[in-house]
Design a protein around this ligand. Structure first.
Ligand code: THU
Length: 131
């Protein structure tokens, strides 16, 4: 799975985004070491704070199907002019399972940047912090 293919899967998830309030679809695609990909979209709610981001949708789908310690990369795709940077809670949730995750962040038009989760969440608090 190339980076570009993972980004493409994230963009394809816009079709399922439920965004009647923000009208801002976000898609995510989370790659596991065995090649399995879990996709996700944002799912909004009339009680706005109950909204679930695309990244957390993908992550929770993966964990609920037995994946925990084999995440390699996640692609996140938005339709804004700026890159679709993952929000704070999504960074934290990803850090729990994959502090060394590669993160591909895309924007309208399809171009994307690649960076590390540790760049987005330096000195993160995770399971090791509780030892
Ligand atoms: N959103 C995501 O899906 N992921 C992020 O990391 C940032 C924000 C969604 C939530 C909401 O449905 C919309 O983008 C606008 O905030």
């Amino acid at each position: 799975m190339t980076d570009q293919a993972l980004v493409n899967l994230a963009f394809e998830m816009h079709r399922y985004s439920y965004v009647p309030y923000s009208h801002f679809p976000v898609g995510a695609a989370l790659l596991c070491a065995d090649g399995t990909v879990f996709t996700g979209c944002n799912v909004e709610n009339a009680a706005y704070g109950s909204t679930i981001c695309a990244e957390r949708t993908a992550l929770v789908k993966a964990v609920s199907e037995g994946h925990r310690d084999d995440f390699v990369a996640i692609a996140i795709a938005g339709q804004g002019e700026d890159f679709c940077w993952p929000c704070g809670p999504c960074r934290q949730m990803l850090f729990e399972f994959a502090p060394n995750l590669h993160v591909l962040v895309a924007r309208k038009g399809g171009d994307f940047v690649t960076l590390e989760l540790s760049d987005l969440l330096p000195h993160g608090f995770g399971p090791k912090s509780l030892e």
